[in-house]
Design a protein around this ligand. Structure first.
Ligand code: CAO
Length: 425
């Protein structure tokens, strides 16, 4: 079976998380992703948070599946020649270096265009043009600068970052969409183009509902926020809303049986208006169905704390899974707080390939998150991440059609470091 992006060749100049997330997705869809790494060093994440001595870290292996790795010193003259040859034969160059690094290497947009006018050049930077465009940016910086931190956490606490990597992986996702869109446009125009994603923009895009609330605030208090019911006045910026639901249907996290010892014995519970009567029956407050203080959504808003305390009295008598089973019988929206341990062990996620066990020649088996996007005609098979420089020889020979003589010349120049040859498994 062919893959959706078969025939697309990616020159992957990415490192750490945001760029690798993007190119891993493209590789899962069948693109040939050639990751260029510095000889002897490679992507810095290979050795970051290492859990098995001398083995590529999970940080690296979980973000670089299905890619080939070549080592190339782009600051070496011959290395640069090889890089330019790769630009000639690839469709997309993806990079997330600090601002200006690609141009300092000699790969300006003009130079790339001259080498290959069909080349799409996709970049992640921390910020777009503006006062911060020269800054280096990591995940939490983006979460803070993109509006996530100021709107996450509790009103009376400091801003919080979220565990979801919305700055890095989120921007990588945005970039992947930009790349396939540019590839599609190229089928009509024959031309490449630049695809730029700033992490601040990516985070702000994911915080869209908070900018919605910022504007609503000019017309009065945000009545679905708990602080409205608590009588706490709003300031001039969207406040942190704890676990309040971002939609018009109030929701909160409530304790379940075992919460005293299990940090994840909790359930998200949404008091969705169409199922309010069923909620009243389930929690044992049938009179709330008709009581003027509770019957209508607007009447409930100032009483949300009272309502959720009553709901919690009920959920504390059930485990999160028991509560989930009961509530779903009545179409009451809710979600158990699942730990990473529970997710790793969840059979249905293994069955769909969302959690995959991969074999690695150095570190042994490890778990990774597979492709969350399922294409019926292009199924994903997760292949372990490459060892540093594992495919250098193969790429020089088969992709660039270099002769033995040229390969010896390149090797002799020091541009590729010591090439590792690993028999294909
Ligand atoms: N051969 C030779 N040199 C290489 C090379 C290679 N194969 N690959 C990279 N380099 C060089 C670059 O040319 C650059 O050199 P100069 O600074 O002399 O031009 C140098 O390595 C360092 O690149 P960098 O500045 O990107 O790396 P850094 O560790 O200093 O910064 C980061 C890291 C992530 C802060 C920065 O790359 C960045 O801001 N990227 C954009 C935003 C981003 O993606 N952030 C998220 C990262 S995930 O949390």
């Amino acid at each position: 079976m062919t893959k959706a992006l078969e025939g697309v060749r990616i020159l992957d100049f990415t490192h750490v998380q945001s760029g690798p997330t993007c190119t891993q997705l493209l590789a899962w869809f069948g693109a040939d992703v050639i990751k260029v790494e510095r000889p002897g060093v490679g992507d810095i994440t290979r050795t970051q948070l290492q859990d098995v001595p001398d083995a590529d870290s999970l940080y690296f292996t979980m973000l670089n599946s299905n890619k080939r790795s070549i080592t190339l010193d782009t600051k070496n003259r011959t290395g640069m020649e090889v890089l330019e040859d790769l630009v000639r034969v690839c469709d997309v160059l993806v990079e997330n270096f600090a601002p200006g690094a690609l141009a300092r290497m000699g790969l300006t947009w003009e130079r790339i265009q001259a080498l290959n006018p069909r080349m799409i050049v996709a970049s992640v930077k921390g910020f777009g043009p503006g006062p911060y465009e020269e800054c280096k940016v990591y995940e939490n910086v983006a979460q803070c600068a993109g509006g996530a931190a100021s709107t996450t956490g509790f009103r009376d606490g400091i801003p919080l970052v979220t565990g979801a990597q919305i700055g890095d992986s989120g921007t990588g996702l945005h970039l992947a969409l930009g790349i396939v869109t540019a590839l599609y446009q190229r089928t009509h125009t024959g031309r490449g183009q630049r695809v730029d994603c700033a992490m601040q923009d990516g985070v702000l895009n994911l915080c869209r509902v908070k900018l919605r609330d910022q504007q609503r605030l000019t017309h009065g208090p945000l009545k679905e926020y708990s602080q409205y019911g608590e009588g706490v006045p709003f300031g001039d910026a969207v406040p942190r809303a704890g676990n309040d639901s971002g939609g018009g249907q109030p929701g909160r996290i409530v304790k379940c049986k075992g919460w005293e010892t299990d940090p994840n014995a909790y359930l998200y519970f949404i008091t969705q208006a169409p199922v309010w009567e069923k909620i009243c029956d389930v929690i044992g407050e049938p009179e709330w169905k008709t009581h003027p203080d509770f019957a209508k959504p607007a009447a409930r808003l100032p009483r949300l704390t009272q309502i959720f305390e009553r709901i919690e009295q009920w959920t504390m008598t059930k485990t999160k899974f028991e509560a989930m089973d009961i509530l779903n019988q009545y179409d009451i929206p809710c979600g158990p707080i699942l730990s990473m341990k529970e997710l790793a062990e969840e059979p249905s996620l293994r069955a769909t390939g969302t959690i995959v066990e991969v074999e690695h020649p150095v570190r042994g088996p490890y778990l990774t998150v597979g492709n969350p996007i399922k294409l019926s005609d292009s199924p994903t098979e997760v292949v372990r991440s490459p060892l540093l420089g594992e495919h250098t020889d193969e790429v020089l020979r088969r992709v660039l059609s270099y002769s033995d003589e040229r390969i010896l010349e390149v090797a002799g120049s020091g541009a590729i470091g010591s090439v590792q040859k690993i028999a294909a498994e």
